[in-house]
Structure formats: C-alpha cells, structure tokens
Design a protein around this ligand. Structure first.
Ligand code: FES
Ligand code: FES
Length: 150
C-alpha cells in the first residue's frame, strides 16, 4: 500500500507492506540510517523518531499510521540551533562512545527541551528513561543535558 507523509520536511510517498514498521521503512526503503535497530520491541529507544514533535519508538509504529503526519529523524535536524547545542554538549561531556544510542537521545532531549518539559535534572532523568545506553552509564549524558537547562 502507498503511504504519504512528511519526512524531514520533505513530502514522501512510499509503497509498504500493511504490517511494516516505520523503522524498516525508514532504514530499508528510505535509507535513513540514523534510526537504529536495537531491541525491536519498544525497550531501548535506539529507533526513536519524532512524529508530530513527539518522540516515538519507530519499531512500534506501523508505517500506515504515519499517513499525513510529520516524521523527523536526526538527519532532519541538521542546521537546527538547539539540536546543534545538544550534540555539542554530548560530545564535550564525553557522552558519546559507540554512538548507537545517540540519535535517539538527541531526538528525545530535543523534544523535551523544545516543549519546556526539561527544567531540572529530575525532568532530564524522566525524559531519557526510555532511551538505553550500554556505554556511558548515563552520568555524562545527564551532565550534557544539564548544561542545556536554563
Ligand atoms: S529498536 Fe525500537 S525501542 Fe528498541
Ligand atoms: S554510547 Fe554506546 S550505547 Fe550509548
């Protein structure tokens, strides 16, 4: 079936299986590789994308569900001032090791800051609780997010 949506500000039309998940459509059909395949069952957050501004696990969304909606991946935030500051803070705090989790963290933190939902360290912890990192132990990630809290 054909699905039309906006991906990173560009209109996209793609033929998919009715039961295809967005993670597969993005990675395999549209070659959007910042979206990572981790657990594939809504536990790790590596596949996070923004749908209409909300961070969502793309492994749990059927592609037909995004018909007419707006999907943003890390590629779509190139040149964005806030996203740039998040990446800079993560890098400067040494919060990127293998980097597999990083796109998901950036999108989750981006959405939280954009909506004013991250105002304290506790807010930051809550915001990132759905994103797992095997490398950093979260301390450096939280330190990076703290730098962005006004
Ligand atoms: S791959 Fe989607 S939450 Fe882990
Ligand atoms: S930096 Fe490796 S999983 Fe987070």
């Amino acid at each position: 079936m054909r699905v039309s949506f906006k991906l990173n500000n560009q209109p996209v039309e793609v033929d998919v299986e009715p039961n295809e998940v967005l993670l597969d459509t993005l990675r395999l059909r549209l070659k959007v590789t910042s979206v990572k395949r981790g657990c594939e069952r809504g536990e790790c957050g590596a596949c996070t994308v923004l749908i209409d501004g909300e961070p969502v696990y793309s492994c749990l969304v059927l592609t037909p569900q995004v018909e007419g909606r707006e999907v943003v991946t890390l590629e779509g935030l190139q040149g964005d001032e806030l996203a740039g500051r998040i990446v800079k803070a993560l890098v400067e705090e040494g919060a990127v090791q293998c980097g597999f989790c990083t796109p998901g963290f950036v999108l989750t933190v981006y959405a939280g800051l954009k909506k004013g939902l991250i105002k304290t360290l506790e807010d930051a912890k809550k915001a990132i609780e759905g994103n797992l990192c095997r490398c950093t132990g979260y301390v450096k990630i939280l330190r990076a997010v703290s730098r962005l809290i006004k």
